[in-house]
Design a protein around this ligand. Structure first.
Ligand code: IYR
Length: 218
Protein backbone atom coordinates (compact mmCIF):
# COMPACT_ATOMS: atom_id res chain seq x y z
CA UNK A 1 0.00 0.00 0.00
CA UNK A 2 1.37 3.42 -0.95
CA UNK A 3 1.36 6.12 1.73
CA UNK A 4 0.42 9.69 0.78
CA UNK A 5 0.69 12.86 2.91
CA UNK A 6 -2.31 13.54 5.15
CA UNK A 7 -3.56 17.00 4.25
CA UNK A 8 -5.86 18.52 6.90
CA UNK A 9 -9.04 19.99 5.37
CA UNK A 10 -8.50 23.15 7.40
CA UNK A 11 -6.39 24.24 10.36
CA UNK A 12 -8.54 25.68 13.16
CA UNK A 13 -7.20 28.41 15.46
CA UNK A 14 -7.89 28.19 19.22
CA UNK A 15 -11.15 30.17 19.00
CA UNK A 16 -12.66 28.37 16.02
CA UNK A 17 -11.67 25.01 17.52
CA UNK A 18 -13.94 25.52 20.52
CA UNK A 19 -16.61 27.29 18.48
CA UNK A 20 -16.83 24.52 15.91
CA UNK A 21 -16.79 21.78 18.55
CA UNK A 22 -19.63 23.38 20.51
CA UNK A 23 -21.62 24.26 17.40
CA UNK A 24 -21.48 20.67 16.20
CA UNK A 25 -22.49 19.39 19.63
CA UNK A 26 -25.46 21.81 19.68
CA UNK A 27 -26.42 20.74 16.19
CA UNK A 28 -26.39 17.08 17.23
CA UNK A 29 -28.53 17.80 20.29
CA UNK A 30 -31.32 18.69 17.83
CA UNK A 31 -31.29 15.22 16.25
CA UNK A 32 -34.21 13.04 17.29
CA UNK A 33 -35.46 9.60 16.39
CA UNK A 34 -38.73 10.27 14.60
CA UNK A 35 -41.52 7.74 14.07
CA UNK A 36 -44.01 9.96 12.20
CA UNK A 37 -42.92 10.39 8.59
CA UNK A 38 -44.31 12.50 5.77
CA UNK A 39 -44.97 10.81 2.42
CA UNK A 40 -43.11 13.65 0.70
CA UNK A 41 -40.63 12.10 -1.71
CA UNK A 42 -36.89 12.38 -1.26
CA UNK A 43 -34.77 12.24 -4.44
CA UNK A 44 -32.77 9.08 -5.01
CA UNK A 45 -29.51 11.05 -5.40
CA UNK A 46 -29.96 12.40 -1.86
CA UNK A 47 -30.16 8.87 -0.46
CA UNK A 48 -27.14 7.88 -2.52
CA UNK A 49 -25.10 10.75 -1.04
CA UNK A 50 -26.23 9.84 2.50
CA UNK A 51 -25.24 6.20 2.00
CA UNK A 52 -21.86 7.20 0.60
CA UNK A 53 -21.35 9.46 3.64
CA UNK A 54 -22.05 6.41 5.85
CA UNK A 55 -19.60 4.35 3.83
CA UNK A 56 -16.75 6.74 4.77
CA UNK A 57 -16.81 5.29 8.32
CA UNK A 58 -13.64 3.62 9.59
CA UNK A 59 -13.75 -0.17 9.54
CA UNK A 60 -11.65 -3.14 10.65
CA UNK A 61 -8.73 -3.55 8.20
CA UNK A 62 -10.64 -1.11 5.95
CA UNK A 63 -12.90 -3.93 4.79
CA UNK A 64 -16.03 -1.71 4.82
CA UNK A 65 -18.08 -4.76 5.83
CA UNK A 66 -21.51 -3.29 5.03
CA UNK A 67 -24.21 -3.33 2.37
CA UNK A 68 -26.95 -0.69 2.34
CA UNK A 69 -30.14 -2.00 0.74
CA UNK A 70 -32.45 0.85 -0.20
CA UNK A 71 -36.16 0.14 -0.65
CA UNK A 72 -38.53 2.66 -2.22
CA UNK A 73 -40.89 0.21 -3.94
CA UNK A 74 -44.32 0.48 -2.21
CA UNK A 75 -45.10 -3.21 -2.64
CA UNK A 76 -41.81 -4.30 -1.07
CA UNK A 77 -42.25 -1.73 1.73
CA UNK A 78 -45.68 -3.26 2.44
CA UNK A 79 -44.20 -6.77 2.59
CA UNK A 80 -41.47 -5.54 4.95
CA UNK A 81 -44.05 -3.83 7.15
CA UNK A 82 -46.24 -6.94 7.31
CA UNK A 83 -43.32 -9.23 8.18
CA UNK A 84 -41.89 -6.75 10.73
CA UNK A 85 -45.26 -6.26 12.41
CA UNK A 86 -45.78 -10.04 12.64
CA UNK A 87 -42.43 -10.41 14.48
CA UNK A 88 -43.00 -7.31 16.57
CA UNK A 89 -46.46 -8.52 17.60
CA UNK A 90 -44.91 -11.73 18.91
CA UNK A 91 -42.15 -9.72 20.62
CA UNK A 92 -44.47 -7.26 22.35
CA UNK A 93 -47.02 -9.87 23.39
CA UNK A 94 -44.70 -12.79 24.25
CA UNK A 95 -40.95 -12.35 23.81
CA UNK A 96 -40.06 -9.11 25.60
CA UNK A 97 -39.59 -9.21 29.37
CA UNK A 98 -41.76 -7.20 31.77
CA UNK A 99 -38.74 -4.98 32.55
CA UNK A 100 -38.13 -4.33 28.86
CA UNK A 101 -41.77 -3.36 28.25
CA UNK A 102 -41.64 -1.12 31.31
CA UNK A 103 -38.48 0.62 30.01
CA UNK A 104 -40.11 1.15 26.63
CA UNK A 105 -43.48 2.34 27.92
CA UNK A 106 -42.45 6.05 28.13
CA UNK A 107 -41.52 5.97 24.44
CA UNK A 108 -45.01 4.81 23.46
CA UNK A 109 -43.87 2.19 20.94
CA UNK A 110 -45.92 -0.89 20.10
CA UNK A 111 -45.98 -3.61 17.41
CA UNK A 112 -47.54 -1.34 14.79
CA UNK A 113 -44.97 0.06 12.32
CA UNK A 114 -46.85 2.30 9.83
CA UNK A 115 -43.64 4.26 9.15
CA UNK A 116 -42.34 1.25 7.20
CA UNK A 117 -44.84 2.24 4.49
CA UNK A 118 -45.05 6.01 5.00
CA UNK A 119 -41.34 6.81 4.84
CA UNK A 120 -40.26 7.20 1.20
CA UNK A 121 -37.12 5.11 1.73
CA UNK A 122 -36.12 2.24 3.97
CA UNK A 123 -32.41 1.59 4.28
CA UNK A 124 -31.64 -1.88 5.53
CA UNK A 125 -28.05 -2.08 6.72
CA UNK A 126 -26.46 -5.51 6.38
CA UNK A 127 -23.23 -6.57 8.07
CA UNK A 128 -20.95 -8.64 5.87
CA UNK A 129 -19.48 -11.35 8.05
CA UNK A 130 -17.06 -12.61 5.37
CA UNK A 131 -16.20 -12.08 1.70
CA UNK A 132 -15.87 -14.75 -0.98
CA UNK A 133 -12.83 -14.11 -3.17
CA UNK A 134 -12.53 -16.64 -5.96
CA UNK A 135 -14.26 -19.34 -3.89
CA UNK A 136 -12.13 -18.65 -0.81
CA UNK A 137 -13.76 -17.23 2.31
CA UNK A 138 -12.00 -14.13 3.64
CA UNK A 139 -12.92 -12.92 7.11
CA UNK A 140 -14.00 -9.38 8.00
CA UNK A 141 -12.97 -7.91 11.35
CA UNK A 142 -14.80 -5.96 14.05
CA UNK A 143 -17.89 -6.14 11.89
CA UNK A 144 -20.35 -5.01 14.60
CA UNK A 145 -18.18 -2.02 15.54
CA UNK A 146 -17.60 -1.07 11.90
CA UNK A 147 -21.23 -1.31 10.84
CA UNK A 148 -22.34 0.50 14.01
CA UNK A 149 -20.01 3.37 13.12
CA UNK A 150 -21.31 3.46 9.53
CA UNK A 151 -24.90 3.56 10.81
CA UNK A 152 -23.94 6.43 13.12
CA UNK A 153 -22.40 8.31 10.22
CA UNK A 154 -25.61 7.73 8.26
CA UNK A 155 -27.76 9.18 11.05
CA UNK A 156 -25.66 12.36 11.34
CA UNK A 157 -25.67 12.75 7.53
CA UNK A 158 -29.48 12.43 7.53
CA UNK A 159 -29.72 15.06 10.25
CA UNK A 160 -27.34 17.37 8.43
CA UNK A 161 -29.51 17.06 5.30
CA UNK A 162 -32.59 18.19 7.27
CA UNK A 163 -34.29 14.80 7.10
CA UNK A 164 -35.21 12.39 9.88
CA UNK A 165 -34.55 8.72 10.51
CA UNK A 166 -35.39 5.96 12.94
CA UNK A 167 -33.08 3.14 13.98
CA UNK A 168 -35.62 0.36 13.91
CA UNK A 169 -34.75 -3.13 15.12
CA UNK A 170 -37.51 -5.61 14.35
CA UNK A 171 -36.49 -8.84 15.97
CA UNK A 172 -35.66 -11.40 14.69
CA UNK A 173 -34.67 -9.82 11.38
CA UNK A 174 -34.12 -12.87 9.14
CA UNK A 175 -37.23 -11.98 7.14
CA UNK A 176 -35.16 -9.15 5.61
CA UNK A 177 -32.58 -11.61 4.30
CA UNK A 178 -35.36 -13.49 2.53
CA UNK A 179 -37.39 -10.54 1.25
CA UNK A 180 -34.28 -8.78 -0.09
CA UNK A 181 -32.72 -12.02 -1.32
CA UNK A 182 -29.38 -11.38 0.40
CA UNK A 183 -26.47 -13.84 0.21
CA UNK A 184 -25.31 -16.06 3.11
CA UNK A 185 -22.41 -13.74 4.08
CA UNK A 186 -24.78 -10.88 4.95
CA UNK A 187 -26.83 -10.50 8.13
CA UNK A 188 -29.40 -7.75 8.75
CA UNK A 189 -28.15 -5.17 11.24
CA UNK A 190 -30.58 -2.23 11.31
CA UNK A 191 -33.63 -1.03 9.41
CA UNK A 192 -33.58 2.76 8.98
CA UNK A 193 -36.60 4.57 7.50
CA UNK A 194 -35.61 8.00 6.15
CA UNK A 195 -37.69 10.95 5.00
CA UNK A 196 -39.24 14.25 6.02
CA UNK A 197 -41.03 14.37 9.37
CA UNK A 198 -44.85 14.51 9.28
CA UNK A 199 -46.19 18.04 9.93
CA UNK A 200 -47.74 16.83 13.19
CA UNK A 201 -44.82 14.58 14.21
CA UNK A 202 -44.23 14.33 17.95
CA UNK A 203 -41.26 12.94 19.87
CA UNK A 204 -41.00 11.92 23.52
CA UNK A 205 -39.63 14.64 25.81
CA UNK A 206 -36.41 12.81 26.61
CA UNK A 207 -33.36 14.37 28.23
CA UNK A 208 -29.78 13.40 27.63
CA UNK A 209 -27.23 12.58 30.31
CA UNK A 210 -25.13 15.42 31.72
CA UNK A 211 -21.38 15.68 31.14
CA UNK A 212 -20.54 14.28 34.58
CA UNK A 213 -22.63 11.20 33.87
CA UNK A 214 -20.88 10.30 30.64
CA UNK A 215 -17.36 11.73 30.90
CA UNK A 216 -14.57 10.68 33.25
CA UNK A 217 -11.23 12.53 33.10
CA UNK A 218 -7.95 10.85 34.02
N1 IYR B 1 -37.80 -3.47 18.33
C1 IYR B 1 -39.02 -3.02 18.95
C2 IYR B 1 -38.86 -2.70 20.40
C3 IYR B 1 -37.96 -1.59 20.75
C4 IYR B 1 -36.83 -1.86 21.49
C5 IYR B 1 -36.04 -0.86 21.91
I1 IYR B 1 -34.47 -1.32 23.09
C6 IYR B 1 -36.32 0.48 21.58
O1 IYR B 1 -35.50 1.50 22.00
C7 IYR B 1 -37.44 0.76 20.83
C8 IYR B 1 -38.27 -0.30 20.42
C9 IYR B 1 -39.62 -1.82 18.19
O2 IYR B 1 -38.97 -1.34 17.26
O3 IYR B 1 -40.70 -1.42 18.52
Amino acid sequence: MAFIPYRPTFVPNDATLLERSRAYYLFLTTRRSVRDFSERPVPREVIEALVMAASTAPSGAHKQPWTFCVVGNPDLKRQIREAAEAEEYRSYTRRMSAEWLEDLAPLGTDWRKPFLETAPWLIIVFRRIYETDSDRKRPNYYVMESVGLAAGFLLTAVHNAGLVALTHTPSPMDFLTKLLNRPANEKPFLLIPIGYPADDATVPDIHRKETDDVLVWY
